[in-house]
Unconditional design. Structure first.
Length: 326
């Protein structure tokens, strides 16, 4: 049975809300583990568990046959993009407050709206482009370019990492939209998990003994390159939870961007901003500085404006189609 377009959009929004909530839990748990384990070990365990659940969903959605694809290189590119997005974000998260890293990452929906023009051929009017520019102004404010480097708690490179993560994540989601026409969400989730496993194994082969972390003083570098260790008993359940959570995230986001337009889905990812502030305060006792609050306000306002304009445009198009039938 084919659902009406508005119902598909509603389902897409539901999937993205669930996915973003799970992302907030994922970020919280990884930040908690970042003090004792290397990132590639966390990614390996998380994706190893996640791929098992994703394969179960593959069986539910149609069996092994849906894993076949006519676009293997596009799926590989999508996997590499999401690996870069995750790695750069988590490396920054090890030393940045949760709300700060998340707020900078939320340039992603702005990138999605902007890049949907050349990649998907979607039309974005001057008002929405202005809103995107205002949102990026918020990103610049959070970077505090006027501040002396000694006044910043982290290096400027670390502050730029969540923005790089946002860009690669946006490109990944636009590829999801293109590939979702011929690929099931569960299959795309399996491809992503497999890419994570391959990359984390490569990191283990090259740096799993921790030799490149010896003498390092930067928290992000240590998190990326420290040696693998056997998890403490209390952390095993955290690793297991990350794996299940990873499967849910991969499926929900792939499904969301299959079912609805990128510009419709993207603004709902902003629920992650207040969630990050809440988790950061409740768990780590962190509250954003004034520049981050201003940046959050600008980005959130820009995203909501873009969403409202998109919905208004969709209603106008729908009314035109209804009149055309009569």
């Amino acid at each position: 049975m084919t659902l009406p377009r508005q119902n598909l959009a509603g389902l897409g929004i539901l999937f993205v809300l669930v996915g973003v909530f799970c992302i907030s839990i994922n970020d919280l748990l990884i930040k908690q583990l970042s003090g004792g384990y290397p990132l590639h070990q966390i990614v390996f365990v998380r994706s190893g568990i996640g791929i098992l659940f994703s394969l179960m969903i593959v069986q539910y959605e149609g069996g092994w046959g849906i894993l076949r694809t006519d676009h293997p290189w596009l799926h590989a590119m999508r996997g590499i993009l999401i690996v870069i997005a995750n790695m750069t974000f988590f490396v920054a998260l090890a030393v940045l407050p949760l709300a700060d890293a998340t707020a900078l990452f939320f340039a992603a929906p702005l990138f999605i709206t902007l890049l949907s023009i050349p990649v998907l051929g979607e039309k974005v009017g001057p008002l929405r482009l202005t809103a995107v520019a205002i949102g990026f102004a918020g990103v610049v404010i959070m970077q505090r370019p006027w501040a002396d480097t000694s006044a910043l708690e982290v290096s400027r490179i670390v502050l730029l990492l969540p923005v790089l993560s946002a860009l690669t994540y946006a490109l990944n989601q636009l590829l999801t939209r293109k590939l979702g026409v011929s690929s099931k969400a569960s299959a795309m989730a399996v491809y992503i998990q497999a890419t994570f496993i391959l990359v984390s194994v490569a990191f283990y082969v090259v740096a799993g003994d921790g030799r490149f972390a010896d003498g390092a003083t930067n928290g992000s570098v240590i998190f990326l390159l420290r040696a693998w260790v056997w998890p403490a008993d209390s952390d095993i359940w955290v690793f297991a939870g990350l794996g299940v959570n990873s499967a849910i995230i991969g499926y929900c986001l792939s499904q969301a961007y299959r079912l609805a337009d990128a510009a419709t889905i993207a603004p709902f990812e902003y629920i992650g901003l207040p969630l990050a502030v809440v988790w950061g305060f409740l768990i780590f006792g962190d509250l954003p500085v004034i520049e981050v609050w201003i940046g959050i306000t600008l980005i959130l306002s820009a995203g909501l404006f873009v969403f409202l304009r998109e919905r208004q445009k969709a209603r106008v198009v729908a009314r035109g189609q209804i009149k055309g039938r009569h």
